[in-house]
Write a protein that binds this ligand. Structure first.
Ligand code: NAD
Length: 239
């Protein structure tokens, strides 16, 4: 039996990487999934592969008008939005004196402002339905500082805080909001870091599939009493 029967889920940055693992896991649990991404070819191919309960929508998360279009198209197709997974993200780095305004603006725009705009876009629909789950992807970099990652750390701390203000404001409307804090996950973003050199109690780096169960849980009614929480999925690295 499926844990997300016909639930309507939007996953930003769902075309590749960790987001694509979320899309596959949510779909396998019976959800209807919108892959929302800048990457039209990859996103369309993934939705086509999954078939009936999957759609692709082009989205730049920093564009409020594009968000309106994605939510409207989803409601037109499937009637509602039950779950939003704000996963789209970028990273950049540099010593503070060389960390340009352009780097700062880019990483804040996608990771933090994009998450804010997504929440704003889905809340009216969730409020009308009297239910909803917002899953915001932060990072362990949203729990502690990291050399060179100034804008990324600030954005991921920001996502963690924004999640809590939304949880507090919208709980009585039936809308939950939680943040997920992945540690080292095997992707292009982390290819240059050797996980065997990190203090990970479970003794290995994580994979996108290691995160998917947490996102399915937060999307489903199994987490009905969970809101404003931060789930750290890092193999114990920050324990
Ligand atoms: P990735 O670069 O492989 O995938 C990111 C996806 O987001 C891509 O499909 C990309 O096209 C999309 N995207 C980027 N900018 C966008 C925009 N403006 N609008 C819409 N889509 C956009 O990255 P990933 O490693 O899969 O990371 C996914 C999320 O997980 C990010 O938020 C990242 O910060 C977070 N995270 C990753 C790790 C890790 O170890 N890789 C650890 C902690 C947190």
């Amino acid at each position: 039996s499926h844990r997300l029967p016909d639930r309507v889920v939007i996953v930003t940055g769902g075309a590749r990487g960790i987001g694509a693992a979320y899309v596959r896991a949510l779909h396998a649990e019976g959800a209807r999934v919108v892959v929302a991404d800048l990457l039209v070819d990859e996103g369309s191919a993934l939705a086509a592969e999954l078939g009936e309960r999957a759609r692709f929508e082009p989205l730049d998360v920093t564009d409020a008008d594009a968000w309106e279009r994605v939510v409207a198209a989803t409601v037109r197709a499937w009637g509602t939005v039950d779950v939003l997974v704000n996963n789209a993200g970028i990273a950049n780095a540099g010593p503070l004196e060389h960390y340009t305004r352009a780097k700062w603006d880019a990483v804040i725009a996608v990771n933090l402002t994009g998450t804010f705009l997504g929440c704003q876009a889905v809340v009216p629909t969730m409020r009308a339905a009297g239910r909803g789950s917002i899953v915001n992807i932060s990072s362990v970099e949203g729990l502690f500082g990291s050399e060179g990652l100034h804008g990324y750390v600030a954005a991921k701390f920001g996502v963690r805080g924004l999640t809590k203000s939304i949880a507090v404001e919208l709980g009585r409307a039936g809308i939950r909001a939680n943040s997920v804090h992945p540690g080292w996950i095997d992707t292009a973003m982390t290819a240059k870091i050797d996980p065997s050199r990190l203090p990970i109690p479970l003794g290995r780096g994580g994979t996108p599939d290691d995160l998917a169960g947490t996102v399915v849980f937060l999307a489903s009614d199994d987490s009905a009493y969970l809101t404003g929480a931060e789930l750290v999925v890092d193999g114990g690295m920050t324990a």
